[in-house]
Ligand binder design. Structure first.
Ligand code: J9T
Length: 273
């Protein structure tokens, strides 16, 4: 997979040299390139922002440096296309342009899985009050443009959001995580939060590991873990149970949910009372 990131603070993305993602880059699984937006300006001061039309606080990122930067990376992840399409075709799939913004659709594990299938992702890191809206309209001609939010809070720029998204997406690219089994049993992969985990010693500061985990009874352990997942999800993220497909529930799941105060209908999990 090719990934391009455009930012006025390329140093922010240095963390992508580290750990699993850094290793994946070294191994050639991720072709990740960070670009300085100011390299696409033409004035002496390398200006990237200006005052907003209509007034208001703060500055807005100028359109032209963004257009230059995005045009320069648009075709980078392709084989150059065919002779008569101006090099914009890569066989039908356009690169995805992800614009981190609190005004975007919320980033989820499902979205990470979808984006991990793409050949080319481009991330545009906005700063200040945002990027001139016309850039997103113009970019729609070449990219599949997706404003994406990490959640309902504001950051100073898109860089930290890109670190999170590249890590979440990159680890799903085949070969990046050494043991793909570890992707199966983790929070959100099945719509529930993960069960609690423990390691040695079995007794620590007068706290014991739940006995069932020492029993060697794998069936019972799996059942206990599933109950813990349901219990945690109900306590911490009841909104996830709202969306959960009730047809995936076993008899034991239903009994656990009933004990937790839920009513399980044919296709929904509803809080009782
Ligand atoms: C400037 O970007 C943000 O403030 C941002 C980006 C992605 N998700 C958010 N929740 C905020």
């Amino acid at each position: 997979m090719r990934i391009d990131v455009v930012s006025i603070f390329p140093e922010y993305l240095a963390a992508l040299d580290l750990s699993l993602i850094g290793k994946a880059r070294q191994d050639g699984l991720l072709d990740l390139n960070v670009h300085d937006l100011r390299d696409f300006t033409t004035d002496r001061h390398r200006t990237v922002d200006d005052t907003p039309y209509g007034g208001g606080a703060g500055m807005v990122m100028k359109a032209e440096p963004w257009a230059q930067a995005l045009a320069s990376v648009a075709d980078a992840g392709t084989d150059g296309g065919t002779a008569n399409d101006g090099g914009t075709s890569d066989g039908g799939t356009r690169p995805v342009l992800i614009v981190p913004s609190p005004a975007g659709a919320v980033f989820t594990q499902a979205m990470a899985y979808e984006l991990a299938e793409e050949k080319h992702l481009v991330f545009a890191c906005g700063r200040y009050e945002g990027i001139d809206e016309r850039v997103l309209e113009w970019a729609g001609e070449r990219f599949d443009v997706r404003p994406v939010s990490l959640g309902d809070y504001v950051l100073n720029g898109g860089e930290v959001a890109v670190l999170a998204m590249v890590e979440a997406i990159g680890r799903l690219v085949p070969g990046v995580v050494g043991n793909p089994e570890s992707l199966v049993e983790e929070s959100h992969s099945d719509g529930l939060l993960e069960y609690p985990v423990y390691t040695k010693p079995s007794s620590w500061r007068e706290r014991d590991v739940p006995e069932i985990l020492l029993s060697g009874n794998h069936g019972k352990i799996a059942q206990w873990r599933r109950e813990q997942q349901l219990q945690r999800t109900a306590a911490r993220r009841p909104d996830l149970l709202d969306k959960f497909d009730a047809s995936q529930l076993t008899k034991a799941d239903k009994a656990a949910l009933t004990a937790l105060g839920y009513e399980v209908t044919k296709d929904r999990i509803l809080p009782r009372g």
